[in-house]
Design a protein around this ligand. Structure first.
Ligand SMILES: C[S@@+](CC[C@H](N)C(=O)[O-])C[C@H]1O[C@@H](n2cnc3c(N)ncnc32)[C@H](O)[C@@H]1O
Length: 217
């Protein structure tokens, strides 16, 4: 899913590349001219190196053992940063520590493994626009892939926008599954809020009502 969001990529950073399958796919399918693959752990990075050099694409790739996008050289050439399978909080930290993303209006392709609400909140509050989202199911779990770019327009996002964002425009099986997963998260959040405050949060209730209306259609 994340790969299909990379269109005519020049240099694409694959952050947390693990086995390197995403990078390989992007190179083999002409979606990236060049890859910068990073991982914070040695073993997965080595797997990516072996996979990509084994496919004869070593000259089109650079590999960094690093946290996020730290110490990336030639960041000026980067058209896309893809971060798939990490949590929303970690994604926000990685983006925040790489000012070239804002400066060069690099397109972000983000597929949070959890805490999608944290990354949407970060993006809106820090001047990024979420252009589009696509929901996806993998092994019985539901995710939403986010495409975003820096515009400089900071926005405050309510609970519904943080938890659902532009996935509200998605349809079909994966969308329904995603909405119902988020609904359960909000139910838990509401319980916690009520225990702490002695009353329910109106904003959370409104977000849950909106999701119920969407799924009833
Ligand atoms: C679940 S895998 C994601 C694999 C791949 N991106 C995909 O979607 O198929 C997470 C990978 O991110 C790496 N990772 C976790 N935190 C990281 C960070 N701060 N910077 C770079 N890599 C990180 C882990 O070592 C692991 O290989």
């Amino acid at each position: 899913m994340a790969a299909s969001f990379v269109d005519c990529g020049k240099t694409v950073c694959d952050v947390g590349c693990d086995h390197g399958k995403l990078s390989l796919y992007l190179l083999q399918n002409g979606r990236a001219e060049r890859i910068i693959a990073t991982d914070i752990n040695k073993a997965p990075l080595q797997k990516a190196i072996d996979l990509i050099t084994g496919a004869g694409l070593g000259p089109k790739a650079e590999f960094y053992l690093t946290d996020g996008l730290q110490n990336i050289e030639k960041a000026d050439d980067v058209s896309h940063v893809v971060i798939a399978g990490l949590g929303g909080q970690t994604m926000a930290q990685i983006i925040h520590s790489a000012p070239f993303i804002k400066e060069n209006k690099v397109r972000l392709i983000l597929l949070p493994a959890q805490s999608g609400h944290t990354i949407r909140k970060y993006l809106y509050e820090n001047g990024f626009d979420i252009e589009t989202e696509a929901t996806v199911e993998e092994n019985g779990k539901f995710y939403s892939c986010i495409s975003a770019v820096y515009t400089g327009q900071k926005k405050t996002a309510d609970v519904f926008t943080c938890y659902i964002g532009k996935s509200r425009l998605c349809e079909g099986y994966a969308a329904k599954g995603y909405f119902s997963m988020v609904y359960s998260q909000l139910e838990k959040k509401q319980k916690g809020f009520t225990i702490e405050n002695g009353f329910a949060s109106r904003e959370i209730s409104e977000a849950m009502d909106k999701i119920r209306n969407m799924t009833d259609k």
